[in-house]
Write a protein that binds this ligand. Structure first.
Ligand code: SF4
Ligand code: SF4
Length: 437
């Protein structure tokens, strides 16, 4: 079978074997939950309760605060303790709702019949998805109800369900596909009904052949689905690269998937949509891989707002001294300054590293090998952009397309001279956009 892919990319060691066989475990919640008001792209949510109020599992504790916003729901029964400033996994201190947990938790959510769901009109489905606080679970956390409102001028030809999970170490999407394939497909069916595409693709990398077969085994229930096996390569799961691999169409610079008649949704988001529509269950918990240098690499079903420290303890702790904790995978994830950061809706995994793994290699001069150019999935010239940034020629870097850099880390990974290319592009992008604003 020929495997679909895109031009460029890298082949890091997958390291999936550490956690791939760890089935999703339901955990006891910690004593306190911290729900950041800002954990989606858009306007932070607004608290709706008075301090001291009793809350129930699934109850709305903050509402959407504008057009591009969603609400927050309590993942536990407990007491609403007001808001505090707390370390955010994307950096800095952010306002968070603090809930003292009452350990008597039980789930009141039961599945409705599929036939009843098929009668719900499109706009009502979108409203359910909004009311239940669903955002993109692949990391971007963009409000899903907003993304589902495709402009009438844009016809969607290809709906692509992203089960690629190309970041090394992470296996939360893999476990969802292995254990909840039918539920994921029911969620895909809802997306399909809302956006009415010509084709539906379930896209999975070749290093997850078992998940590919499991998902494919649902074909008789969901005959409209096509199953696409992709080459194992990073960043195969990035939206633009995935569209390119499956359809051969390229999203233009500064454009959106709509512009090439494509729409991408992550498998975790499809599962959250299933839960919202079939069970009436808001997004208040998610699967998180806790892996790397810990005793038992695991996939946990985690209440949103659980501190990383608590999850690391559940793995029976780190092996040796922790040197770095990453929210997400090692290539695109964000290193944490505090172990007390908490899980947000976009947290797919936590990678713990020790000192040997984080040893900084000293950069040396560029040897003009072009490895960075060959692997850049955005067809940029990292070595040239870097030179301009070093000389403080930001305009030149901008002309060369630095703003299109998706910060995938491939060039830094490939560079034999250990030049921190991606880090410089990140800084340059932020300096350029600040100047514009
Ligand atoms: S980090 Fe940017 S420049 Fe480097 S390979 Fe990725 S997209 Fe290209
Ligand atoms: S990979 Fe590193 S050494 Fe090679 S051309 Fe790019 S910046 Fe220079």
């Amino acid at each position: 079978m020929s495997l679909l892919t895109f031009k460029g990319g890298i082949h890091p060691t997958c390291c999936k074997e550490f956690s791939k066989d760890s089935k999703i475990k339901i955990i006891e919640p910690p004593d306190f939950i911290y729900l950041y008001l800002s954990q989606h792209t858009g306007i932070p949510s607004k608290p709706v309760l008075e301090k001291g109020a009793e809350v129930e599992i699934g109850q709305k504790v903050a509402k959407a605060a504008g057009k591009l916003s969603v609400g927050l729901h309590s993942p536990v029964n407990g007491t609403y303790m007001g808001t505090v400033m707390y370390p955010h996994p994307l950096g800095g201190m952010k306002e968070a709702i603090r809930i003292q947990v009452n350990k008597e938790n039980s789930t009141p959510f039961k599945e409705k019949e599929r036939a009843k769901i098929s009668n719900i009109p499109k706009q009502k489905l979108i409203n359910i998805i909004k009311d239940n606080g669903i955002v993109g679970m692949g990391g971007a956390a963009f409000p899903t109800y907003f993304k589902l409102q495709v402009p009438s001028s844009k016809k969607i030809k290809d709906l692509i369900i992203n089960g690629v999970e190309c970041e090394p170490f992470l296996t939360s999407d893999y476990r969802l596909m292995m254990e909840k394939c039918e539920e994921v497909m029911k969620g895909v069916d809802i997306v399909r009904r809302i956006i009415n595409p010509e084709n539906v693709w379930i896209a999975i990398e070749a290093n997850k052949l078992d998940a590919f077969e499991v998902m494919k085994s649902t074909s008789s229930l969901f005959p409209w689905a096509n199953f696409a096996l992709l080459k194992t390569k990073y960043p195969q799961g990035s939206e633009k690269q995935l569209i390119d691999a499956i359809t051969g169409r390229k999203v233009p610079e500064g454009g959106l998937p709509f512009d090439v008649n494509a729409y991408v949704q992550n498998v975790g988001t499809a599962f959250a949509i299933y839960e919202a529509v079939y069970l009436g269950k808001p997004l208040f918990e998610r699967v998180v891989t806790v892996t790397g240098n810990v005793r038992h690499q695991s996939n946990f079903l985690v209440p949103i707002g659980t501190p990383f420290e608590y999850l690391i303890k559940l793995t029976e702790g780190p092996i040796g001294k922790i040197s770095k904790i990453i929210n997400g995978g090692p290539l695109m994830g964000i290193a944490q300054s505090q172990i007390s950061s908490c899980v947000v809706k976009g947290t797919s995994g936590i990678v713990v590293q020790n000192e040997t793994e984080t040893l900084k290699k000293e950069p040396s001069p560029c040897i003009r090998c072009a490895a960075c150019v060959d692997c850049c999935p955005m067809n940029l010239l990292p070595t040239e952009m870097y030179k301009h940034i070093e000389m403080n020629r930001l305009e030149k870097a901008k002309e060369m397309g630095v703003l299109s850099c998706m910060e995938c880390g491939s060039c830094s990974y490939a560079c034999p001279a250990n030049i921190p290319l991606t880090q410089q592009f990140k800084i340059a992008k932020s300096r350029i956009t600040k100047k514009v604003n």
